[in-house]
Design a protein around this ligand. Structure first.
Ligand SMILES: [Zn+2]
Length: 584
């Protein structure tokens, strides 16, 4: 039963898609390569094979399949990994008793999304539907983006979900209700609702747009066990494929902008939801593409806070381009006007690299705030970037602020030093009162199984693992003897004495043994470098191993003879081996 589920999950999830969520992958022939997420490296030695649905790092030797990846990456146990991947694959697991409650908060969020969606379609949803119609959102679009309606009452969601068995505490933890003096009440009332999902598609928060009456125009879930603002971007789960394909992301401010862009064929769009842009968001986007086009309202894009955010993204390694629209329209409005699509495409085409955009703003600011203040602001921003990043623009910057080259460099150095000092101060302060709470992934290396394996042996093991014909066709004793590495010999033995790869895999995963699957993945990667059919590869590798073990035996016997320890039959064996080695 468990094996069946593991197999079903593996069929449903593409490993490139899964790993691509956290590692920037580039196609390399039949495989994908990238920087290993498990060790620090500058040149990619991490490889993913879509054919074999496996991964392997030539740098640190880790490897395996989708299960080992998610276990290593998220620090999960096998049952947790099973649950996580089943959810991703849309497969329902048989209920386990005594599941931890935190797992269920996601279920509560899904129940809330369903509730709001039902309300939007129901008789109480007329105000919400009216609003969407005014914004040119059809029922189909509303469904595609899972929009909903929070009734203008204080208790509707609370009552509905409590009736379905959700506890008050769960509702509070999800941020769906607030604690008042006389009990809990719905956080979202009289609002059109948008679910906010994380990169892997789990609903972690909701946002609501008020339709009429008082209150903030937009209200989001509070931060809590599920939601952390700085780590998320709206619609990234939908956009990630298009971002990877098109090599760029488009970043907008609000829900409606993002939805409109998706509706108009710009599926690579995500929204920052008005918060200050963070390094975490930058590294989320960088997993899929290096370029980021920022489309903010004309007035917002020029503000210092927004510019600072853009520099945060650029410093975190994104190439930031700023898109400007004529007439101060926001992207949502613009796409709905006559010829809006063409105007939008033209604006994307003419987007300026952040530094050049900033220089353009400087010229205006210099007129209104005075040259000195504007120059200081401009250089403050630029000093966040490295000298290498700034090099192509130095001349233009110097020209704009009216400084000769050497003075400009000196000024930028001064500002950079200032930044470094304050960053160090912040870091040392954080160090004193916050003990690290992260899981030490490096600990996984110390399993005593990290001594390197002979590639040929891993290749043999991989071939046995993947080919039923070989497993049933080869001579057991002879094949086991091919392996010199005791750890591999043991796995080979298990494979040849009737355990199926699926059974073994599940057992290892349950025991938290990463080594065997990592060896199999390494073997697969090695076999990729060989030509021929699997049977031919087997022949070549086995012959090589036979020769190697003969050589080892020959050396051992020779040593015994020199010491006068060899028995007569050993001396005969020595002579036979010598002849045989000569023949090859
Ligand atoms: Zn590695």
């Amino acid at each position: 039963m468990a094996d069946e589920i593991v197999a079903k999950i593996k069929d449903a999830i593409d490993i490139v898609d899964l790993i691509g969520d956290s590692v920037r992958l580039e196609r390399k022939g039949r495989n994908y390569g990238g920087l290993c997420p498990f060790h620090d490296e500058k040149t990619p030695s991490f490889m993913v094979s879509p054919e074999r649905q496996s991964w392997h790092c030539f740098g640190c030797g880790k490897g395996g399949d989708i299960f080992t990846f998610i276990m290593e990456k998220e620090g999960l146990s096998f049952p947790e990994a099973l649950e996580e991947l089943a959810r991703r694959a849309g497969i329902t697991l048989p209920k386990r008793r005594g599941r931890p409650q935190s797992q269920d908060l996601y279920t509560v969020m899904e129940m809330a999304v369903d509730f709001y969606r039902r309300e939007l379609k129901g008789p109480g949803g007329a105000a919400g539907r009216g609003y969407l119609a005014r914004r040119n959102i059809t029922d189909r679009d509303a469904a595609a983006f899972e929009m909903g309606w929070a009734p203008a009452s204080w208790q509707s969601l609370n009552d509905a979900l409590r009736r379905e068995g959700v506890t008050q505490e769960q509702l509070l933890k999800c941020g769906l209700v607030s604690q008042g003096e006389r009990g809990c009440y719905d956080r979202f009332r009289g609002r059109v609702m948008f679910p906010i999902r994380n990169v892997s598609g789990r609903c972690i928060a909701l946002g609501g747009r008020i339709v009429d009456g008082d209150g903030a125009k937009y209200l989001n879930s509070p931060e809590g066990p599920l939601y952390s603002k700085k780590d998320n971007l709206y619609l990234l789960n939908k956009a990630k494929g298009a971002i990877r394909e098109r090599g760029r992301s488009i970043l907008v401010e609000g829900y409606m902008d993002a939805i409109r862009l998706h509706m108009h064929g710009h599926g690579e769009t995500v929204a920052s939801l008005g918060t200050a842009l963070t390094e975490e968001q930058a590294s989320l986007l960088r997993r899929f593409a290096n370029k980021c086009y920022i489309c903010y309202d004309a007035d917002a894009a020029g503000q210092n806070a927004t510019l600072r955010g853009m520099y945060v993204l650029q410093r975190a390694g994104l190439q930031v381009y700023v898109v400007r629209f004529p007439g101060g329209k926001d992207p949502d409005e613009m796409l709905q006007t006559e010829g809006g699509d063409e105007l939008f495409d033209a604006a994307l085409e003419e987007a300026k690299p952040l530094v050049l955009y900033h220089i353009g703003l400087f010229e205006k600011a210099a007129k209104s705030e005075g040259q000195a203040k504007a120059a200081e602001e401009l250089l403050e921003g630029m000093a966040q970037l490295s000298a290498v990043e700034l090099a192509p623009y130095l001349q233009e910057i110097g020209h704009a602020v009216g400084l000769p080259d050497y003075q400009l460099r000196g000024e930028l150095d001064r500002l950079r030093r200032g930044r470094r000092v304050s960053a160090q101060a912040a870091e040392s302060m954080a160090g004193t009162d916050e003990p690290p709470e992260t899981i030490d992934l490096d600990g996984l290396d110390d399993e005593g199984s990290s001594a390197p394996c002979d590639p040929a042996e891993t290749g043999l093991l991989y071939l046995l693992w993947s080919s039923r014909e070989l497993r049933t066709g080869v001579d057991v004793g002879e094949t086991v003897r091919l392996f010199l590495d005791e750890r591999l010999k043991e796995i080979c033995g298990a494979l040849l004495t009737g355990s199926s790869p699926e059974e073994l895999e599940r057992r290892w995963l349950e025991l938290g043994e990463h080594f065997p699957l990592s060896v199999v993945a390494a073997g697969g990667a090695f076999c990729d470098t060989l030509s021929g059919t699997d049977a031919e590869k087997w022949q070549a590798l086995a012959a090589g191993m036979r020769r190697k073990s003969m050589q080892a035996r020959y050396a051992r016997l020779r040593e015994m003879m020199f010491r006068g320890q060899a028995a007569p039959d050993e001396m005969a064996e020595y002579a036979r081996l010598a002849a045989e080695l000569k023949r090859h």
